[in-house]
Design a protein around this ligand. Structure first.
Ligand SMILES: [Zn+2]
Length: 395
């Protein structure tokens, strides 16, 4: 709307603006809580009861939330209804990886309704990944059309993504360079598509529904088969950087005499702290993160413990830099980094308690990510839901 138009419409326009803002606030609270009483919504928003009732009514009409009676046995007085995310509104989540493409249907409120893992026997090219997604989604389409309203597709990419247009600038382990992934996938499926870096979306998911939900400032670091990714929540907001590439903590220098990384640097965190030597030491060819962790915890070998300590020493260097730079409340470790910590928590705690500047490290704790296998699906869906959460009235 132009300035002139907005001046002409005057107060009506500003009331509409306030209503749309309040709708977004209420929907956000329902989404993050996965269900909240109307009386608590009134307290949390500071709005009066009738306003909250009207806002909830509009969200019900827009089929974004439902109201259900509270379970009231033994309670005195009329109970406040519970407002929940509507089961109708879903996003599709996609995560292309070196050995599989995973696609999920995720409800508002971060509930993973269905997950399909399409294994591949080689790293898929971008075009091939798009075709696999389109085929899987076509197979789901009758079910989706009958039961759901799809807001769009969110893609969690193991690489650098320009979020503005969903172009994958570089996904080193997939071998993708400057692939217009979001555009291709949108054309192939007919849904709007947004794409982002996998670790950044994992951070968003932990922040919204996982171990970071009550934190305003934390660092998330995940160790996977193809390297270490990270993300930062600062002041309650994801740290994106100018174009969405912030948080590549896997490529911070931890060993100036280390080996050369695929990024061109030497001694990156992800070249010194790796899953492969851990698997080799416990005698596993391949394993999911639970199997590796159980094997590490069960091992009584001094060699295994020495390697765990060596890797934690390098992890602590990266954490020292990150803590001094970002002043977080907490560090959340996912994947095999969580397993390293589980084997020798005191070792890493002691390093983090002494290496960073005293003022920066005070109060910093280390914990583990909470969402496990669903993490990236929930994170990718968050990206797809972001437009409707920002302005439910436009949906
Ligand atoms: Zn590197």
């Amino acid at each position: 709307m132009s300035l002139v138009e907005s001046q002409q419409t005057g107060r009506g326009n500003s009331a509409d603006h306030v209503r749309r803002h309040n709708l977004a606030v209420v929907l956000g609270l329902v989404h993050r809580s996965q269900g909240v009483s109307r009386s608590l919504l009134t307290r949390q928003t500071g709005l009066n009861r009738s306003t909250v009732a009207a806002l909830v009514g509009e969200l019900v009409e827009r089929r974004l939330v439902v109201e259900v009676d509270a379970d009231v046995q033994g309670q005195v007085g009329r109970p406040s209804p519970i407002v929940k995310p509507a089961p109708l509104a879903v996003a599709l989540a996609v995560n292309p990886e070196i050995d599989a493409i995973t696609i999920a249907v995720v409800g508002l409120g971060g509930q993973v309704i269905k997950r399909v893992r399409h294994a591949t026997d080689h790293e898929p090219e971008a075009r091939e990944a798009v075709q696999i997604c389109a085929t899987v989604i076509d197979g789901l389409r009758d079910e989706l059309d009958a039961n759901y309203r799809v807001v769009g597709i969110g893609v969690a990419v193991p690489g650098l993504v320009r979020e503005l247009d969903g172009v994958v600038r570089l996904a080193p382990h997939l071998g993708w360079v400057d692939e217009p992934l979001a555009g291709m996938l949108s054309e192939a499926t007919g849904y709007p598509v947004v794409a982002g870096n996998d670790a950044r979306l994992g951070t968003l998911a932990e922040s919204t529904f996982g171990a970071g939900r009550d934190l305003t400032d934390f660092i998330y670091l995940n160790g996977g088969a193809s390297g270490i990714g990270g993300g930062v929540i600062a002041g309650g907001q994801p740290l994106t950087g100018a174009a969405g590439y912030a948080g590549e903590l896997g490529h911070t220098l931890v060993n100036s005499r280390g080996i050369v990384c695929h990024c061109g640097g030497v001694g990156c965190l992800e070249t010194e702290v790796r899953r492969a030597p851990l698997l080799a030491l416990v005698g596993l060819a391949d394993a999911d993160s639970d199997e590796l962790e159980n094997a590490l915890l069960a091992s009584e070998s001094a060699e295994v413990l020495a390697e765990v300590h060596r890797q934690l020493d390098f992890l602590a260097v990266a954490l020292r830099n990150a803590i001094n730079t970002l002043n977080p409340q907490k560090i959340l470790l996912g994947g095999f980094l969580g397993s390293l910590y589980a084997v020798a928590p005191g070792h890493l705690d002691a390093l983090v308690a002494h290496q960073p500047l005293r003022a920066s490290r005070e109060g910093v704790t280390i914990g583990r990510a909470a969402l496990g296998l669903n993490l990236l699906m929930i994170g990718a869906a968050e990206l797809a839901f972001s437009a409707v959460l920002a302005d439910p009235a436009a949906f």
